[in-house]
Write a protein that binds this ligand. Sequence first.
Ligand SMILES: *[C@@H]1O[C@H](CO)[C@@H](O)[C@H](O)[C@H]1NC(C)=O
Ligand SMILES: *[C@@H]1O[C@H](CO)[C@@H](O)[C@H](O)[C@H]1NC(C)=O
Ligand SMILES: *[C@@H]1O[C@H](CO)[C@@H](O)[C@H](O)[C@H]1NC(C)=O
Ligand SMILES: *[C@@H]1O[C@H](CO)[C@@H](O)[C@H](O)[C@H]1NC(C)=O
Ligand SMILES: *[C@@H]1O[C@H](CO)[C@@H](O)[C@H](O)[C@H]1NC(C)=O
Length: 393
Amino acid sequence: MHRARDRDRGWSCLPPCAQKMTRLLLGVTLERICKAVLLLCLLHFVIIMILYFDVYAQHLDFFSRFNARNTSRVHPFSNSSRPNSTAPSYGPAGAEPPSPSAKPNTNRSVTEKPLQPCQEMPSGLVGRLLIEFSSPMSMERVQRENPDVSLGGKYTPPDCLPRQKVAILIPFRHREHHLKYWLHYLHPILRRQKVAYGIYIINQYGEDTFNRAKLLNVGFLEALKDDEEYDCFIFSDVDLIPMDDRNLYRCYEQPRHFAVGMDKFGFRLPYAGYFGGVSGLSKSQFLKINGFPNEYWGWGGEDDDIFNRISLNGMKVSRPDIRIGRYRMIKHERDKHNEPNPQRFTKIQNTKMTMKRDGISSLQYRLVEVSRQPMYTNITVEIGRPPPRLARG
Ligand SMILES: *[C@@H]1O[C@H](CO)[C@@H](O)[C@H](O)[C@H]1NC(C)=O
Ligand SMILES: *[C@@H]1O[C@H](CO)[C@@H](O)[C@H](O)[C@H]1NC(C)=O
Ligand SMILES: *[C@@H]1O[C@H](CO)[C@@H](O)[C@H](O)[C@H]1NC(C)=O
Ligand SMILES: *[C@@H]1O[C@H](CO)[C@@H](O)[C@H](O)[C@H]1NC(C)=O
Ligand SMILES: *[C@@H]1O[C@H](CO)[C@@H](O)[C@H](O)[C@H]1NC(C)=O
């Protein structure tokens, strides 16, 4: 506009006027530069926003959330579609649209029925967990939170074929309080891990000296009596809760030690040959070492004996990464009748000689009662008492 007006005034312009013209031209170019800069700024802003949103989305784990929804969407779909898709095959087939659309329908029902094997690393895992024992806990609450666990503390993933059937054996006496927390934390973890499992507490009858390893031998046989399909056995103390659900409760090529880093040991392995707390052996691994020793009465030593049995039979203990194999222990006083076994140091020297005759092959016990509770199976057994000759030593 200004320029046009200037032009209208003609070119008979004197030097001051020309100066004005150049100034005007300068103004226009400046204005253009300004506009360009503004545009660039806008573009920059848009790009930054896109990048920002992208990072933000990743940060919120949008993708894994989509995946989770993806898999979970499969359930209601197969759940609700099955009656509908199968109905036509029973009833009026003529009601179905012509064959082209019927074909994929039959294909779908065919592919849906045989479940896929469960994933090696299930997608629903959440990683590090917050474990605390200050909130009150009750068996009713555990039951309420785990409606899909069936009588006796058993569970099978509904949406995939589990690779193993796992019996979880807990040597037990007078630890009801701990058991509630254990069940409260472990049932959901095992479910996320897509484990087919049963929980057995092996309750030592009477008040004689406790014998953890012998109870576990009993648990092995009794669990197999209950369900001969168990092919993996996990032996867990009742006061140990894993702090990461990527520590998968199943059996491996080699005997497994799960409780690598306990809080009471500063989240470190106390020594290289440590096999205490939580461990797991497949059925064949367990039988190969003749099970566990029956002669360790009182606290300590039996886990070292088991470690020796494993090494002496040419196997090697496998462990999860130290960052994943973390455990929290429920604090407690040492139980009565589970005092440290003073003979444990000499006994573990002799594993090589004792393991053939002392083990699952020589196990003797009296079954007192098996009771199926909603969240676990309670196997009460009488396993005797330490032989009197121990009093001399
Ligand atoms: C999500 O669905 C797609 C296509 O159906 C499939 O390929 C993918 O494996 C699914 N993701 C998960 C985590 O199952
Ligand atoms: C689908 O399955 C879930 C859990 O198994 C169940 O609660 C629900 O009632 C089922 N829905 C239908 C429509 O069958
Ligand atoms: C599937 O069956 C349910 C109940 O039988 C019915 O309400 C629904 O409309 C059916 N869906 C289709 C797509 O036929
Ligand atoms: C049916 O599904 C199978 C496997 O999922 C596939 O190989 C086959 O080509 C499908 N058939 C039809 C007719 O879509
Ligand atoms: C297990 O059963 C025994 C024998 O009936 C009983 O004394 C004990 O309280 C039960 N323990 C648990 C935790 O259910």
